[in-house]
Design a binder for this molecule. Structure first.
Ligand code: B12
Length: 213
């Protein structure tokens, strides 16, 4: 039972109403809706609707920005409600959005779920250079490097990382995971990434598989 929460979430994001988004997130959680379900059935369909409106020219960049703020606000509240893991550490992951790309809402959801599932995660944020990914992964003694890209123009940075790891003789040391709306399994295969995940839950599942591979 969602009592119109999902509809309200969609409306809040479409309207770019930060207050309504926050209230809806809190209300949904207090009614016992699972955090991921609240995102997957409410706020994410909301931002996807905004994206469709942007595509057909019903809204423009300023509208996208206010909607993104509303989405971000709700996602922050929901991410904080994902219960902390009591399990032992599953593995160490360095993750970030690639250079030239500031989209980080999805990446941050992935980070929250990885942490909640017992991974030790170093979130490098957004606009992260290839050199920094590699340096931080070495310093953090990471098992996996995860990169997020939301723009077709920044996807080549995921390939650049694969090439740089090979050139530095580090490809065997780190597994790589790629994600972001335009990213596909085909792209992952093409560039030689170890895994692609289309959402946070499958990212956790695949990360666990990579660690035993
Ligand atoms: C919100 C948004 C913005 C916000 C971003 C705010 C923020 N803090 O993130 C703002 C307004 C700033 C923005 C700016 C721009 N945007 Co924008 N944006 C979007 C929008 C509408 C939604 C993205 C989003 O948050 N989705 C919700 C999250 C939950 O989904 P997600 O990111 O895909 O993440 C999930 C999975 O992909 C996966 N995942 C994500 N990361 C990772 C990482 C790993 C390792 C793994 C395994 C999985 C994984 O798990 C996540 C959870 O399920 C998209 C459209 C869309 N539907 O994707 C356009 C979109 C991505 N933007 C677009 C564009 C063009 C831009 C701008 C260039 C616009 C402009 N002209 O200025 C700028 C780019 C700025 C830059 N240099 O980066 C285009 C890209 C087109 C293209 N083919 O490249 C899109 C597709 C819109 C469109 N239809 O044209 N944008």
């Amino acid at each position: 039972m969602s009592n119109g929460i999902y509809e309200a979430a969609i409306e809040a994001v479409v309207k770019g109403d930060v207050g309504m988004a926050a209230e809806t997130a809190q209300k949904g959680l207090s009614e016992g809706i699972e955090p991921l379900q609240l995102l997957n059935e409410g706020f994410i369909p909301g931002i996807n609707k905004v994206s469709d409106m942007f595509d057909v020219g019903t809204i423009f960049i300023p509208g996208l920005v206010v909607s993104a703020n509303a989405m971000q606000n709700a996602a922050d509240i929901i991410n904080a409600a994902i219960p902390a893991s009591e399990r032992t550490v599953q593995g160490r992951i360095v993750i970030g959005t690639v250079e030239g790309d500031v989209h980080d809402i999805g990446k941050t959801i992935v980070v929250s779920l990885l942490k909640a599932s017992g991974f030790d995660v170093l979130d490098l944020g957004r606009d992260v250079s290839t050199d920094r990914f590699i340096q931080e992964a070495q310093d953090f003694n990471a098992d996996i490097i995860g990169t997020s890209s939301l723009l077709t123009t920044t996807m080549p940075a995921q390939k650049k990382l694969e090439v740089a790891l090979k050139e530095a003789g580090l490809k065997e040391q780190f597994k790589t995971m790629v994600g972001g709306a335009p990213v596909t399994q085909r792209w992952a295969n093409k560039i030689g990434a170890d895994a692609f995940a289309e959402n946070a839950s499958s990212c956790v599942k695949l990360a666990k598989e990579l660690l035993v591979a």
